[in-house]
Design a protein around this ligand. Structure first.
Ligand code: SAH
Length: 459
């Protein structure tokens, strides 16, 4: 097989990246935008020792697993993996990926519960759009194409609320009409870097922030007026975020509010939540509520001191606070900790303490303070937990139950293996499709010390 060959191939599997794969001449051939059961004419783009990469020239026989592609930016913007596949098939793929990772990487075999999913469209409550100029001087606002920093204009994204694309349009017109300079990643010069929008699912409040490489956004008042006219009462906050560093990190540390509040308010699991631009907040509100409910079911917080590590704006802990004896939340981002404290006060929750620190350092400190939580929940970023933190949890705190919430089932599997080596058994696993159409998924695992009657694990 060589570059530019045309081959007929049957697709026999789909990767989590969304690419189909078939076999030809002893090579695995990856063909993006195909699904198991497709027979396609594939145009070979690159051949390596064991694998080849191709693109579809023609679909000869479509699989019955094929879905309707309902987004014009699919495969251009680098955001989604699965529009070409029926949603039910995507869910099976995600379920299998989590099961395989836990079994193969972690060597653990919890009881796997069926995947939980809601609607696969318009679910995102936050978006950060890079802004760039192309060679012709056109302003592009959209997303990076896959594996690159090339901005693809994306006037409509099927994952977001409809207001977001309207804000993008108004913002683009503002930039054009007023000749505002656009940041270039290559030179580090120019002003406008990103447009950031957040919408609270329950209250409908919308925050718009513009990330700039400078101290002032010229004529910001004109933009604010246009956004007021567009969004009416739901427009609750306009901020500029200052980021003058030559970095891939989107947000700088300083926000200046030019209209409305410094935050928006949402309601999650019955708790009013203040969210600032720098605070983490689950992007899919309705699935997050179901995930938190499952975490509570596994954790059985009644009468317990619960340690909520990697707590963001305190949302999980606060949702458990009424049942628990007390909650200790730990989070590294100061603004998120401020939000967590504010949220506790605002909801008249008095049994919560929030610590701004690295999770492992906070665990060390709590150990020195002689605190022994009855239950621990961890919700780390993709890289998972440090082994030394797992060691403190298992050997010093030694709670009956640990609940692990993860956005990366590979590092989750690695960490479950460590937990099992320290006497905790992965009993149950529930997967939540928090990010439909993308390759990402959230997983919750119940780890328990010794024999626990899992029937007792009720909310
Ligand atoms: N549990 C929260 C947030 C989960 S996201 C929720 O459901 O909303 C993971 C959080 O971990 C982020 O808020 C991030 O800022 C925080 N984080 C990342 N590294 C950390 C560390 N080393 N120590 C403590 N928190 C950390």
């Amino acid at each position: 097989m060589k570059k530019n060959d045309l081959i007929e191939i049957e697709i026999t599997d789909v990767m989590l990246s969304g690419s189909g794969v078939g076999h030809y001449d002893g090579l695995a051939v990856f063909v993006p935008s195909t699904v198991t059961g497709d027979v396609v004419l594939a145009h070979i783009l690159k051949v390596k020792t064991n694998v080849a990469y191709a693109k579809i020239e023609k679909i000869i026989k479509p699989s019955d697993k094929r879905g309707k592609i309902e987004c014009n930016s699919f495969l251009k913007c680098g955001g989604c993996a699965f529009w070409h596949i029926k949603y039910s098939e995507e869910l099976k793929l995600k379920e299998n990926a989590v099961t395989n990772n836990l079994k193969r990487i972690g060597g653990v075999e919890p009881e796997f519960e069926p995947i939980t999913a809601l609607q696969p469209q318009n679910y995102r409550n936050k978006c950060q759009y890079p802004v760039a100029k192309n060679k012709d001087g056109d302003i592009l606002i959209g997303f990076y194409s896959e594996h690159s920093h090339r901005v693809v204009d994306c006037p409509q994204c099927a994952l977001q609320p409809e207001e977001f694309s309207k804000v993008v349009k108004v913002f683009k017109e503002f930039l054009k009409e007023n000749n505002i300079s656009i940041y270039s990643e290559e030179t580090g010069k120019g002003l406008v870097r990103h447009l950031y929008i957040r919408k609270a699912a329950v209250t409908g409040e919308i925050m718009v922030a513009v990330v700039i490489n400078g101290d002032k956004l010229p004529l910001a008042e004109k933009l604010i007026e246009s956004l007021k006219a567009l969004l009416k009462d739901s427009f609750c906050s306009f901020q500029i975020n200052i980021n003058k560093k030559k970095t891939n990190v989107i947000l700088g540390h300083k926000n200046i509010t030019l209209y409305g509040n410094d935050y928006i308010i949402d309601v999650l699991c019955g708790v009013e939540i203040r969210i600032s631009p720098l605070s983490f907040y689950q992007v899919n509100h309705d699935v997050a509520e179901l995930l938190y409910k499952k975490a509570a079911e596994y954790l059985k917080p009644q009468g317990k001191t619960v340690l909520d590590l990697y707590c963001g704006a305190g949302t999980i802990g606060l949702s458990l606070a009424k049942k628990a004896k007390s909650i200790i939340g730990v989070e590294i981002i100061p603004e998120a900790v401020e939000d967590a404290k504010f949220n506790a006060k605002q909801n008249d929750i008095q049994n919560c303490e929030f610590i701004c620190a690295d999770a492992k350092n906070a665990a060390e400190m709590l150990k020195i303070r002689g605190i022994k939580p009855d239950a621990v929940i961890v919700d780390p970023p993709r890289k998972g937990c440090e082994e030394s933190l797992i060691d403190i949890i298992c050997n010093d705190f030694a709670p009956e139950i640990v609940v692990y919430v993860s956005c990366d089932s590979a590092t989750l599997a690695r960490d479950c293996k460590i937990f099992e080596s320290m006497g905790y058994k992965a009993e149950k696993c529930a997967t939540f499709d928090m990010f439909p159409r993308t390759s990402h998924v959230e997983t919750v695992v119940l780890l328990s010390k010794g024999e626990v009657d899992s029937k007792k694990a009720s909310c």
